[in-house]
Design a protein around this ligand. Sequence first.
Ligand SMILES: COC(=O)C(/C=C/C1=C(C)CCCC1(C)C)=C/O[C@H]1C=C(C)C(=O)O1
Ligand SMILES: O=C(O)CCC(=O)C(=O)O
Ligand SMILES: [Fe+2]
Length: 379
Amino acid sequence: MAPVPISLIKVGHIDDVQELRKAKPTTIPERFVRDRTERPVPATTLSQSSSIPIIDFSKLIKGNKEEFHNEILQLAAACEEWGFFQVINHGVDLNLLESIDKTAMEFFMLPLEEKQKYPMAPGTIQGYGQAFVFSEDQKLDWCNMFALGIEPQYIRNPKLWPKRPANFSETVELYSKEARKLCQNLLKYIAISLGLKGDVFEKLFGVAVQAIRMNYYPPCSRPDLVLGLSPHSDGSALTVLQQRKGYSVGLQILKDEKWVPVQPIPDALVINIGDSIEQVLTNGKYKSVEHRAVTHKEKDRLSIVTFYAPSYDVEIGPMQELVDENNPCKYRRYNHGEYSKHYVTNKLQGKRTLDFAKTQASNSNKESPLSTPPWGNHN
Ligand SMILES: COC(=O)C(/C=C/C1=C(C)CCCC1(C)C)=C/O[C@H]1C=C(C)C(=O)O1
Ligand SMILES: O=C(O)CCC(=O)C(=O)O
Ligand SMILES: [Fe+2]
């Protein structure tokens, strides 16, 4: 199938949810109203009995032998059973967490004309707007997003780096450096928890791809009808998510077919295993779990998300050490750049993007419908 040029994608009018909320606080356009089966259930009926594991990073870097061993076991269980955990004592400067939060909020509070100087073109995923919208009949998320490619440099589009607020770029750079270090360290301990050498992922990944996405969810008069962010799993190796303190609980993860809310812990970061990498490299041992965001009637919410993935030229597939007759190979080998292209040119739809990598999936070799490079179009 020949690739479809970006100019042919017709997404129709996409309301900016902040503006919509200001102008018509109780109107929910049809494009935001979810089918009954997709709608969020009231908070009271959500699974309250369980919460995602907590990993104390300080025990991994400076704990005694016993503490280290225990924390590695906790980490293995978290990745295997949940695919999500919250990390405390992570070592990222807490002032930097505050600054990125403040800077992102200042950006979202700018007038629309200012934010629209950095538009996310249809079919691309960097800039301000709604990502992953490919058709006029696709349901929209109750969210404004701003995303930037960070590393390697060639995925950056300098025209999309905001001039206001004044310290935006500097703060994103500082934060991203810290987030990168955290991802590298976590991957080291994740490798150890799998019984592998600590540097196995670092060696395999080459110069890792890193991106940042800020998601702003204004309050919504009918949180029961809309979704803040459609269910999906992340295409990264690892994702670091920062939730704003004191704001609404919005992130939910699918566990045993029930949506479990992720309660913010002050100063903690939420980490999740991304599908293409951990699921593929570990042959399904570590889970990349479906998650979504819901909205709140009165409160807004901000999340700041770092995606960390292998270099686009790297070929990945299940690691030999994790395949045997009891756990036969579930995924084929593929080039991560190809997978990224597949991921960013398809709408968010649960774990469907991972079909690309399955050994027996009938669609595993389908060409992606768009001709965009995975980091978006720079024109
Ligand atoms: C929901 O996931 C994403 O939005 C996402 C996007 C990442 C990217 C950018 C915002 C700009 C630069 C390219 C990149 C694709 C990294 C997730 O990141 C994952 C998905 C893939 C594929 C990946 O490599 O990282
Ligand atoms: O806002 C959230 O909590 C979810 C964000 C998310 O899953 C993403 O950006 O990929
Ligand atoms: Fe996500």
